[in-house]
Design a binder for this molecule. Structure first.
Ligand code: SF4
Length: 353
């Protein structure tokens, strides 16, 4: 499909572009916006196609690109694309499930200008694995989060609420304790496998789509973001490339049809994003650059300022006699001492840093 010839006078250059390299993934998360899994393909974008898009991003003044999927490191040549993006002056985020990272992969990720993003679902291994549908995924992802931290690679994590009762807050506490300070919480979106077979609606979008961000899908389609994938129509492989898409009337109409941000402040809403957490790209600067305070989650840490004595709220304090969540779930979380001692649960202020 080609960009329409009638063009608006100008277009906004996005701060961040999501490059969805592939639909292939070792995991098969139930909420995945992309229906990703081992059976999916890399799409039709060649390595040269992706290199051209990255070059054009730099020429247009895009600040950074995010390699996402699927699992972006499953795409042959992903490391070359990281190198190419760095060579043209772009910052790079690789949003990986961190299920498996090779020695070469660690070397690529350790370069200056490269950041990591990942998804994490629960402090409880079984609960995490039920989201990903792969046994043992929690242990591997957790171990690689620790390795990334030990290597000094900037890393953030997105926690996606997939079902009632999920231990997302304890997951956040655990990540903080491990040393991950950029953590966001989001609700699963009704897109892809997360839609339950229903057609997606605008309710799935945060409102930032096309406003500072966009996505290029594995077939070259340009979409408002990876969540708003069904709204894409133009293709970077058409004559005119990304610039042609952004300056097309079709793109302007797509942007105009997206409801504005839902928060009074205009900031990215707390439930902005899905899964592989695309909405937390730097386009969402208020969330991306500042680790969200626990108060926004109703958490029980020293930073929870609602009552000046947060650790003693009934939900958190061992003294209140509330059964520790691990007991409810049948086991202490990985970061606990296995003793299930209340003082070592993530609600303990000392534990929570
Ligand atoms: S949500 Fe991410 S990790 Fe899970 S299947 Fe989709 S692409 Fe893979």
């Amino acid at each position: 499909m080609t960009a329409t010839t009638e063009r608006p006078a100008a277009f906004n250059v996005p701060a961040s572009v999501e490059l969805e390299l592939t639909g292939k993934c070792q995991l098969s998360c139930g909420h995945c916006y992309n229906d990703s899994g081992p059976q999916m393909s890399h799409g039709t974008m060649t390595l040269d196609d992706w290199r051209a898009v990255i070059s054009e991003c730099a020429e247009l003044g895009v600040g950074n690109v995010q390699l996402i999927g699927g699992e972006p490191t499953a795409y042959p040549g992903w490391a070359d694309l990281v190198d190419h993006a760095l060579s043209v002056g772009l910052d790079v985020e690789v949003f990986s499930n961190l299920y498996h990272v090779t020695a070469k992969g660690w070397a690529v990720l350790s370069q200056p200008g490269v950041r990591l993003g990942t998804s994490y679902y629960s402090v409880n291994a079984g609960e995490h694995d039920r989201v990903t549908n792969v046994a043992g995924s929690h242990a591997k992802t957790r171990a690689n989060i620790i390795e990334a931290l030990e290597r000094g690679i900037p890393i953030r994590a997105g926690i996606v609420r997939c079902h009632d009762g999920q231990l997302e807050e304890l997951a956040r506490q655990e990540l903080l304790a491990l040393g991950v300070h950029h953590i966001t919480l989001d609700d699963a979106r009704g897109v892809g496998r997360g839609s339950g077979g229903q057609a997606p609606t605008m309710d799935a979008l945060c409102g930032n789509c096309t406003r500072g961000r966009l996505a290029v899908l594995p077939d070259g389609t340009v979409a408002p973001c990876v969540i708003g994938r069904w709204l894409g129509s133009e293709n970077v492989k058409a004559q005119g490339g990304l610039r042609g898409v952004l300056s097309s009337q079709a793109w302007a109409e797509t942007a105009a049809g997206i409801p504005p941000k839902r928060t009074a402040t205009g900031a990215c809403p707390p439930n902005d994003s899905n899964d592989c957490d695309p909405s937390n790209t730097p386009a969402c600067v208020p969330k991306y650059d500042v680790a969200p305070g626990p108060a926004s989650l109703g958490a029980c840490t020293p930073n929870d300022s609602n009552d000046c004595d947060p650790s003693n709220t009934p939900a958190c304090a061992p003294a209140y006699g509330v059964a520790p969540v691990p007991v409810l779930l049948g086991g202490c979380p990985p970061s606990d001492s296995q003793s299930c001692a209340p003082t070592e649960t993530p609600c303990n202020p000392a534990f929570a840093l």
